[in-house]
Ligand binder design. Structure first.
Ligand code: NDP
Length: 456
């Protein structure tokens, strides 16, 4: 093993791959990384970062409208999609450069090519074979379109960031993170959006109160069609698609965005040349050290499909690097991982949903408030915010925190720290609020919705 070309060969320069490479190199490892597409992976190029920039763009429509109640006379707004794309592309190129610099400055060898496993310690790249003591698979995921006639006419989140023109109307298909975020963003940019989802409430897996609330709030802004699927898509002239839903309804749309999930990108990686195993979804199976069934080969991030969020991939990669080259034995803690959905209004969540609390058999209390933000007393906007806490009755620990409202992600991040430290309801209550804010609602919740709820 000492004669290997590298101590660590990383396949994939997305969030997880770059973080692992950087930490490993800082700990003295000889590292190489292979990337066939773009530096920074999905998050930087066709995910979190450009999506958030688009989300800011979408919010201006609301700000414009709301400003009237505050005495502004803002005139007629005009939005220019090519300007947004160009400015976004400039920022993404800057970030691509930063990622490359992070690697180059640590003398990490970069291969701008596709790499395949040729054996337990062997990688095939650019027609050559190199060897490594350890290999990390950080290959990420890719949008998946469910099969139906004409699905090739629909775009995915990969293409939405590069559309040459913004259509007048769009049908967004799905009810998860990407569908709700893009339905909100596109509506904010002036597109006539119809959101079609097979379930009866958006965002399966989130707290049921949040799901019901956000389905209603998004439904105030755009048409949401529940309990329906796309049966087929046909062309209907230039720039026009005809979508038939499962109940026969026909909808014309300039584009269809299919946001029906993502799958790990583990095909054609040469896994068959090793003992690495994948599950039915294509996700790489790993143990608690992120090691695959093949000793010396590790995997993190979307490729293992545990919690497919950038900060989770970063944390997983860091654990791998520190354990391989820093002698640290740390386990990833998947409890109290905060996350946000940047739909309008935003959602943020930390810890258990009520349904999860219900399955534990432990008694819990629910505190819930629907509030009108002070801003909307003058803006006149018909938008409420929802705040919810779930408290374990025995320990009094706050085990679930959920919010739908402006800047929910910004607000929940700090509470996630408190919850990771074991904050109790009494800790929340004795914390002085910042007045007048929406966040202060979390430290002033007095009314239980249910007492000592429990399945058991
Ligand atoms: P999600 O898993 O969030 O949502 C997929 C949606 O597609 C669900 O509503 C699902 O319905 C629906 N769906 C799945 N299969 C079918 C089918 N056969 N027919 C019709 N509908 C179907 O995936 P996304 O693509 O939105 O996002 C992928 C992941 O990326 C997220 O889970 C998240 O981890 C990450 N992400 C995070 C973001 C953030 O942090 N803000 C933003 C964007 C993505 P059902 O619920 O009924 O199964």
């Amino acid at each position: 093993m000492k004669n290997c070309d590298f101590d660590l060969f990383v396949i994939g320069a997305g969030s997880g791959g770059v973080r692992t490479s950087r930490v490993a190199a800082d700990l003295g490892a000889r590292v190489a990384i292979a990337e066939e597409r773009y530096f920074g992976g999905t998050c930087v190029n066709v995910g979190c970062v450009p999506k958030k920039l688009f989300s800011y763009a979408g919010h201006y429509a609301d700000d414009w409208e709301d400003s009237r109640g505050f005495g502004w006379n803002p005139g007629q707004p005009q939005f220019d999609w090519p300007s947004l794309l160009a400015n976004k592309d400039k920022e993404i190129s800057r970030l691509n450069g930063i990622y490359r610099t992070i690697l180059e400055s640590r003398k990490i060898q970069i291969f701008n090519e596709r790499a395949r496993l040729a054996g337990p310690h062997a990688i095939e790249i650019g027609g050559e074979r190199v060897s490594a003591r350890h290999i990390l698979l950080a290959v990420g995921g890719w949008p998946w379109k469910n099969p139906f006639p004409g699905n090739e006419l629909a775009i995915t989140s990969n293409e939405i960031f590069h559309l040459p023109e913004l259509p007048e109307s769009m049908l967004v298909y799905g009810g998860g993170y990407i569908a709700t975020e893009f339905a909100s963003i596109l509506h904010g940019l002036g597109v006539d959006v119809t959101l079609v989802y097979r379930g009866d409430k958006l965002l399966r897996g989130f707290d049921e109160d949040i799901r019901a609330f956000i389905s209603g709030e998004i439904g105030k802004r755009l048409r949401v069609v529940f309990n329906r699927e796309i049966a087929q898509i046909e062309r209907a002239g230039k720039g026009n698609l005809l979508v038939t839903l499962s109940d026969g309804e026909r909808i014309h749309a300039g584009q269809v965005l299919c946001a029906t999930g993502r799958k790990p990108m583990t095909a054609d990686l040469g896994l068959e040349n090793t003992g690495v195993k994948t599950n039915a979804n294509g996700a790489i199976e790993v143990d608690e050290n992120f090691e695959t069934a093949e000793p010396g080969i590790f995997a993190v991030g979307d490729a293992i499909n545990r919690v497919t969020l950038t900060p989770v991939a970063l944390a997983e990669g860091q654990i791998v690097a520190r354990s391989l080259f820093g002698g640290q034995d740390t386990r990833m803690d998947y409890e109290y991982i905060p996350s946000a959905v940047f739909c309008h209004p935003n959602i943020a969540t930390v810890g258990s949903t009520e349904a999860q609390a219900n399955t534990t058999g432990r008694p819990y209390d629910v505190f819930l408030a629907k509030v009108r933000q002070l801003k909307h007393t003058l803006s006149g906007r018909d938008e409420l915010s929802l705040i919810k806490l779930i408290v374990d009755c025995e320990t009094q620990r706050v085990i679930g925190l959920h919010m739908a409202g402006p800047d929910a992600g910004e607000i929940a991040q700090g509470f996630a720290v408190a919850m990771n430290c074991g904050a109790t309801k009494a800790d929340f209550d004795r914390t002085i609020g910042i007045h007048p804010t929406l966040a202060e609602e979390f430290v002033t919740m007095r009314n239980r919705r249910k007492e000592h709820s429990s399945a058991a």
